[in-house]
Design a protein around this ligand. Structure first.
Ligand code: DGL
Length: 266
């Protein structure tokens, strides 16, 4: 396996950029190739089989570009397809749910953790399983927030309407005893400020990106796949949807200039 190959990341849209940002921060020598399926986003309300099929489309696209590691930077796709993809690929494959759960267990003091995510992620029970497999007596309160991904994908997150929706959706957590809230969807760090505002300063908010990047670095190192020297970093971004909208969000979030976003035909 060639260590010069990029790390492939996939998501239903722009959410996986929150993981990409952490990869870039923690492993600045590594090159990324990213695909967002913005044309078919959101995945969250879809049936499991459809999410699996769509995720495989993205995996095949990335494999055609040649990658040394795959990161499923989408909780919904991780919950539906990680096990199958991991079993069939001969490169390291990582999801975002176990890293998110690990980070939450590290952060909680009172062992009462909230999880927010898409309908598919919450209904899969994947977070509850991951959290309880680390700590059997942790209390997990889960909530599906199907309105959040469309807010992010439409770049509406600073609007008054978006803030109202976020505030109303999180109402069940306002009186709860959780001390830690897992952002169980990679889109949600883009609306971190609004979520933090609603939850207040006493609830720690966890996004899986940081811990996923840490795991990726360990796995690359272990497999002797880490880039050992700097070269000109040439990240590549692809979307199935609007290239201009993707570029705008990616540049703002990653704080790097992006020359072109490719149109992916799956
Ligand atoms: N970023 C995806 C996740 O982490 C968003 C899911 C969606 O498309 O609904 O779950």
């Amino acid at each position: 396996m060639d260590r010069e190959l990029p790390i492939g990341l996939l998501d239903s849209g722009v959410g996986g950029l929150t993981v990409a940002k952490e990869i870039m921060r923690q492993m600045p020598k590594e090159r990324i190739i990213y695909i967002g399926d913005n044309a078919r986003c959101p995945y969250g309300p879809r049936p499991r089989e459809e999410i699996q099929d769509f995720t495989w489309d993205l995996v095949k696209f990335l494999l055609n570009q040649k990658i040394k590691m795959l990161i499923i930077a989408c909780n919904t796709a991780t919950a539906a397809a990680l096990v199958d993809i991991k079993a069939k690929l001969d490169i390291p494959v990582l999801g975002v749910i176990n890293p998110g759960a690990r980070a939450a267990i590290k952060a909680t003091k009172n062992k009462s953790i909230g999880v927010i995510g898409t309908i598919a992620t919450i209904e899969s029970g994947a977070y509850e399983l991951a959290l309880k497999s680390i700590h059997p007596y942790v209390k997990v309160t889960s909530l599906a927030c199907p309105k959040f991904v469309p807010i992010v994908e439409s770049c509406e997150w600073n609007s008054r309407t978006a803030n109202k929706i976020i505030d109303e959706t999180l109402t069940p957590f306002k009186q709860s005893d959780i001390d830690t809230l897992v952002l169980g969807c990679t889109h949600y760090p883009l609306i971190y400020n609004s979520i933090h505002e609603v939850m207040g300063p006493n609830v720690k908010i966890i996004s899986s990106g940081e811990e996923t990047a840490r795991e990726a670095s360990v796995v690359l190192h272990h497999n002797n796949l880490m880039m050992d020297q700097f070269s000109t970093i040439n990240h590549q971004f692809f979307t199935t949807g609007s290239r201009s909208r993707f570029k705008q969000i990616a540049q703002d979030w990653l704080e790097i200039p992006i020359a072109t976003v490719g149109k992916a035909r799956l």
